[in-house]
Design a protein around this ligand. Structure first.
Ligand code: ZN
Length: 295
């Protein structure tokens, strides 16, 4: 699934091609894309609009259109935007004819992606506020924000990092990469990270995302650039998808476990598994007595 670096890569590639162009025809071939809105209503709202700017929030690509309208595109699992493809791709869901004779198509084999057209900046802001927490690389994304958001939570830190309403844009790849770089076990309860660990994790989330953006994203499944090319971050993973391979730091084998329902990669030497909290003193004494009684 495309995460912040993949969507940012698409934004950077798309913006110079489409900014300033008019949408002459919008053809929405799949009603699921705009649900709950009717595709013809959305197509009508897009036709004739000029794409003024392409921005991003979390994993949303935002087309700022003339008339203060906003098209919020989410690629979900397998969505891709292709600019001037040489042949009509299969799984085309939406087709845009742009001024200057250009064409942009949205393809999505699994059809989970969405395109929502909103009128006005307030509607855009409300839509995003409901769905997204702090955005990495902004001043709000601080260790203190993370610590406060996680206070009292016993769910694993990996689940917390994946929660878009806490941290915008991080998915399975970059969560594993950030936790490994921070030397934090993915199962550690989020509410029990120390201030030092939060500071480290804040930094490593941005480091992992930056490395992904520099490599123009990771193509481990359907992710493609707007010209159909692939990203290269999958060749630079430090931990993700490396089960059985030696940890780059200590050489012990990387393990695959399941956390929050997601395949998760961890070095349990570099990222020590959280200890169950010490129980009562009585249990401690019992354990000591057992040790004394041993050979
Ligand atoms: Zn290790």
């Amino acid at each position: 699934m495309p995460e912040l670096p993949e969507v940012e890569t698409i934004r950077r590639q798309l913006a110079p091609h489409v900014e300033g162009r008019r949408i002459e025809v919008a053809e929405i071939l799949d009603a699921r894309w705009t649900r709950p809105y009717h595709p013809e209503t959305v197509a009508g709202g897009l036709t004739g609009a000029v794409i003024e700017r392409v921005t991003r929030a979390g994993k949303y690509l935002i087309w700022e259109l003339s008339g203060e309208r906003f098209l919020l595109v989410h690629l979900r699992m397998t969505g891709a935007l292709l600019f001037d493809p040489s042949v009509e791709p299969i799984h085309t869901r939406t087709r845009f004819e742009l001024s200057g004779g250009h064409r942009l198509v949205y393809v999505d084999p699994r059809r989970f992606g969405t395109g929502h057209l909103l009128a006005g900046a307030d509607a855009r802001d409300a839509y995003l506020a409901e769905r997204l927490g702090a955005e990495p690389f902004t001043p709000e994304f601080t260790a203190d924000y993370l610590r406060r958001a996680a206070r009292g939570r016993i769910a694993p830190i990996k689940a917390f990092v994946l929660d878009q309403r806490r941290i915008a844009g991080v998915g399975n790849i970059y969560a594993d990469e950030a936790l490994f770089r921070a030397r934090i076990h993915p199962l550690r309860p989020a509410g029990r990270l120390t201030a030092v660990q939060w500071a480290r994790l804040r930094d490593t989330i941005e480091e992992a995302l930056s490395a992904g953006i520099d490599a123009k994203g990771a193509s481990i499944d359907d992710f493609r650039h707007v010209d159909g090319a692939r990203g290269s971050f999958q060749d630079r993973f430090q931990i993700h998808l490396r089960a059985g391979e030696p940890c780059i730091d200590c050489g012990r084998p990387v393990r695959k476990i399941v956390v929050a329902g997601r395949g998760t990669y961890v070095c349990e030497h570099c990222q020590p598994r959280p200890q169950a909290r010490r129980r009562t003193t009585l249990v401690g004494r019992g354990a000591a007595a057992t040790r004394r009684a041993g050979p």
